[in-house]
Design a protein around this ligand. Sequence first.
Ligand code: ZN
Ligand code: ZN
Length: 405
Amino acid sequence: MLQVNERRYALPKAPTVVVCVDGCEPDYLAQAVAAGHMPWLKRTLAQGAGLVADCVVPSFTNPNNLSIVTGAPPSVHGICGNYLFDVASGTEVMMNDPKWLLAPTILAALAGAGKKVAVVTAKDKLRRLLGHGMAEGICFSSEKSDQATQEENGITGVNALVGMPVPDVYSAQLSEFVFAAGVKLMQRERPDIMYLSTTDYVQHKHAPGAPEANAFYAMMDSYLAQLDEAGCVIALTADHGMNSKVKMDGTPDVIYLQDWFDRKLGPAAARVILPITDPYVVHHGALGSFATVYLPPGVRASDLATDVQQIRGMETVLAREQAAQRFELPADRIGDLVCVSERFTVIGTSASRHDLSGLDAPLRSHGGVSEQKVPLVVNRPLRGVDSARRFRNFDAFDLALNHAQ
Ligand code: ZN
Ligand code: ZN
């Protein structure tokens, strides 16, 4: 038994694969299964376990990937968005650096216990966080697969192994590469534990049941079937769901929250932070359903919360401490207010600061409570689990290691 962040994990008997499918609203699976595109999943749902779990809010990529690999909420691991506002310097700081990670990962603990660990991510931004603390093992991204070295990534010649060139960062192939690499690694290296994490390029563009979405899930299904055939225990979950965020005319339905605060308190008196912002914003225009706001001295969060709550499309507005408690966030890394918008609405800063010209399809995004439902599928029956309890996506390692082998 290993103890990580106050949870205990049995060492794997069979090779174990935890898959995080970025932006996998459960309906993507339902539509693809119903249309006959996922024969492996259909079988697995009948013979294994098919649960719906809650992800972490903000329903963004990094907080949830880190929750899955630490088995803990952001209040424990510290990664609550892509960006953090450093009040001392007045600057927005990216939280990609492992120095922001406050808790050990299950992956590092397993590597430390002498288990062979492999991690493959689509985008390189997650790689260093996921691989943090792993003294041994393989850890690389599709995006920089051609730059993998023995020292940094524990592997070389990835493209030759996978039989694919480096995919474009905005493509379905970036995720396909993750699965293809997972199958090849399982054949050649036979890791005890593998973590595969994709990107939500397809999900930002295509709704559940769309031909492009079904093609993506059919591709995923065929690779998961191969891992299953190789004798792996597989736990599949998602970092967050995904919803359409548009008005009836198909344009994004945006609350420009910085503009609102500028009118209310004066220009730039408050600071609206969108933790979805990252260097790859073409597919969502940096618009998601979660924002955090730093207020100027003398302005009380509780006085403003009610007003912000009245904005059309706003779902929940909480002061720092309430938000930290409700969403299990590190209170010292969020603003004075946390604002979550509704199912069809996103939050922006100022209208002038969002370039929406890169959106070539009606906006789909995430970040809110409305994207909290995610699949949690295990390809074996679960033992000793009360299936009526609330599950989290960060129960994936617990189910795979403690209840499925
Ligand atoms: Zn994501
Ligand atoms: Zn996304």
